[in-house]
Design a protein around this ligand. Structure first.
Ligand code: GLN
Length: 303
């Protein structure tokens, strides 16, 4: 496995020059576009790591499936899906247009920003601080890493500039999709996006999802919630490139604008990738190509 990953990483390194790091959150603009790393953890827990895997990065949209699972465990499917739908959008991740044209204002799915903000609002806790602490504990448990924290600089940077997310949240509040205080919901959402991890952390989380929610014999997440979340990752996880990704790679995956991708092969492995140079849609450009090659080499597509 190590040799295969080294070969795939070297063959795809050139893509990092063709992508651009995200700049709309100013703190993310500091990322080095040349960074590239991958960790694969098989179902028995054996990890193989290649490239820049010590690099820390923030979860950004990779936090969306995690917040979804916690909200589903807190509130159940009926309540969660009364506030957010189950359909792909075909629009960019930060699109606002369908919120108005659909009239209900109910976001189409929990993997786009509007849907993730509505999902985060459903996480239980007396205060914003308690909600983010519960999500952090959940992430630490899935990753098997007690030291995972929020990157305060990235959090502040998005808090200061995230006016499009703020606009969506106020709009959803007006329509009754959001019921709690908008500032508090956004504080939790911006903090969840700024949770700092490594490739190995997200590969561990993905391995739990590949293993039907089980870690070392303990059922951490009900299997039904894992099934639902993996399905969302297949249909919506790579934004408006999810269809092409399903054809070319064919596994559940979720990307974030920091350049991370969390992917998994059910029953087989968890995969974590970092490559901050992004393609036009906002997915790690070299990361997507590496997953294509890995899927082809090991025949990983679930379809
Ligand atoms: N924090 C980012 C935002 O809300 C997450 C988006 C992403 O990773 N695509 O815009």
């Amino acid at each position: 496995m190590k040799e295969l990953l080294e070969k795939i990483l070297e063959e795809n390194r050139h893509w990092t020059k063709k992508g651009k790091v995200a700049t709309y959150i100013p703190a993310l603009a500091k990322a080095d576009p040349k960074i590239l790393g991958i960790t694969v953890i098989d179902i028995d827990g054996k990890a193989v790591t290649v490239g820049d895997c010590d690099t820390k990065f923030t979860l950004q949209s990779i936090s969306k499936p995690l917040a979804l699972m916690l909200a589903l465990m807190d509130k159940g499917t009926d309540e969660v899906f009364s506030k957010v739908g189950m359909e792909p959008t075909g629009d960019p991740f930060n699109s606002i247009i369908k919120l108005e044209t659909l009239r209900t204002g109910k976001p189409l799915n929990p993997m786009i920003n509007a849907g993730a903000i509505a999902t985060t609002a459903l996480i239980e806790g007396q205060s914003g601080g308690e909600k983010i602490e519960r999500l952090l504990e959940f992430v630490r448990l899935l990753a098997g890493n007690k030291d995972i924290r929020v990157n305060e600089e990235v959090y502040r940077s998005e808090q200061e500039t995230g006016d499009r997310n703020r606009a969506m949240a106020y709009f959803m509040k007006d329509l009754g999709v959001l019921e709690a205080d908008v500032d508090q919901i956004l504080e939790v959402y911006f903090r969840q996006c700024a949770i700092e991890v490594t490739c190995s952390d997200i590969a561990h989380m993905a391995r739990c999802l590949a293993n039907k929610g089980n870690i070392a014999g303990k059922q951490i997440i009900p299997h039904e919630i894992v099934r639902l979340t993996n399905t969302f990752m297949v249909t919506c996880g790579m934004y408006n490139a999810s269809g092409e990704f399903a054809i070319k790679v064919g596994i559940p995956a979720k990307s974030g604008v920091s350049g991370g991708i969390m992917a998994l092969v059910p029953g087989k492995m968890g995969i974590g990738i970092i490559g901050p140079a992004l393609n036009k849609i906002g997915n790690s450009i070299a990361g997507v190509h590496m997953l294509e090659d890995l899927s082809r080499a090991l025949d990983l597509s679930i379809f």
